[in-house]
Design a protein around this ligand. Structure first.
Ligand code: PLP
Length: 389
């Protein structure tokens, strides 16, 4: 089978899976792989979780879609759960990460408009990734995302991630026009780069002082990935707006934009919407994902196994000439190499039965399901060590 009928937005490996269970996937020849990608931080509770299989098949037999012209019980339940977990007050649901960030950017515009700012600006970070729509692409950094798509919406100011001096400078220069700041607590696509200690707290204070919305893109870091429900909870802060997607539906497409009271109400009937957003299937699945994470203790497991994996990688790869840095939080871990290796993900799969992701050419990104156990930590460590030898 050739992929000649597909637009080449991706360069997939010559590898295809027919089924999955927990942390494992099987290809069409029946070979087993340990999945340390989890569909890019999506299948956080593992593949084919029996409770999700039941929830999906039961709901499919009851009702998939009615639209937001009618109230949707599962949507309200999910909103209640997410607001309780996050400390934010209201949720809007759609179908992807980029769309969730678009909702946040629209809230930022409304926030600026309400304050009488004619052309509101949003502060974003160097090396940020927020999605592939025109708006979220403009908020993102890096030529591979943006090249050839000019002109992009220009209502963004970019500062160094973690650079408080740069933030101070643009504040002085543009303070009358800035409505919000949008950032990832740990930059994922650009290589698992955590915000420097104290940065999010300082940014929170800065936003409060200047009346900006602090908007966190937790699309990759959220839903337990870092060992807390949301990465901001490690920092003792609460943002004004937060976006979620990836792990929320464990593979059923769903995105969410949450906001605190006073901000959420900027949306009024007719100002935003989504045909599929928040349908009974996706919301029931997301509620079940939250139940599973809670009942199986997956936050604690992600924190514990993540720390264990970091320690073991640091020990085994200590002094390795090709390894520049090993970093991360919970089960979001990056191994930065000195130079790009060819075919690293392909070789890891072929030679070691391990699925990894490589971002920016030379950063191995590990995002296994949050159900990972100690034995699987060792399997990952052994495979990575051999791969780099
Ligand atoms: C994946 C990702 C997005 C985009 O999500 P899509 O569902 O692909 O639109 C946005 N922000 C971050 C931090 C992401 O990791």
């Amino acid at each position: 089978m050739t992929a000649a009928c597909l637009m080449s937005t991706y360069q997939p490996l010559a590898l295809s899976f027919t089924r999955g269970l927990g942390t494992r996937l099987w290809d069409q020849h029946g070979r087993e792989y340990l999945d340390a990608v989890a569909g890019v931080a999506v299948t956080n509770v593992g593949h084919s979780h029996p409770r999700l299989v039941t929830a999906i098949s039961e709901q499919a037999g009851l009702l998939l879609h009615t639209s937001n012209l009618y109230s949707i019980d599962w949507q309200q339940r999910l909103a209640r759960r997410l607001t309780q977990l996050s400390g934010l007050d209201r949720a809007f649901f759609n179908n992807s990460g980029a769309e969730a960030n678009e909702a946040a950017l629209k809230l930022a515009r409304l926030h600026g408009w309400k304050k009488g700012i004619e052309q509101p600006l949003v502060v974003v970070m160097e090396n940020a990734f927020h999605g592939r729509t025109l708006g979220t692409m403009a908020a993102s950094d890096g030529p591979s995302v943006r090249l050839g798509f000019q002109r992009l919406p220009g209502d963004f100011l970019r500062v160094g991630f973690g650079d408080l001096d740069a933030l101070e400078r643009i504040t002085q220069q543009f303070s009358a026009r800035i409505a919000a700041v949008l950032l990832e607590p740990i930059q994922g696509e650009s290589g698992v780069l955590p915000a420097p200690p104290g940065y999010l707290k300082a940014l929170r204070d800065h936003c409060t002082r200047h009346g900006w919305l602090m908007m966190l893109d937790e699309i990759q870091t959220g839903i337990g990935r870092t060992g807390a429900w949301f990465a901001f909870q490690h920092e003792g802060i609460v943002p004004d707006v937060m976006t979620l997607a990836k792990g929320l539906g464990n593979g059923i497409p769903i995105g969410a934009c949450l906001a605190r009271a006073g901000v959420a109400e900027l949306f009024t009937p007719g100002s935003h919407g989504s045909t599929f957003g928040g349908n009974p299937l996706a919301c029931r699945v997301a509620c079940t994902v939250l139940d599973i994470i809670h009942e199986q203790g997956l936050l604690q497991n992600a924190a514990r196994q993540g720390e264990h994996l970091l320690d073991r990688l640091r020990i085994e790869l200590d002094g390795h000439l090709q390894v520049r840095a090993i970093r991360g939080k919970g089960l979001m871990i990056g191994i930065e190499l000195a130079s790009p290796y060819r075919d690293l993900a392909h070789r890891a799969a072929q030679e070691h039965g391990l699925l990894i992701n490589v971002t920016r050419g030379k950063i191995i990104r590990l995002l296994p399901p949050l159900t990972l156990d100690a034995r699987e930590v060792e399997m990952i460590v052994r495979a990575i060590t051999r791969l780099l030898d």
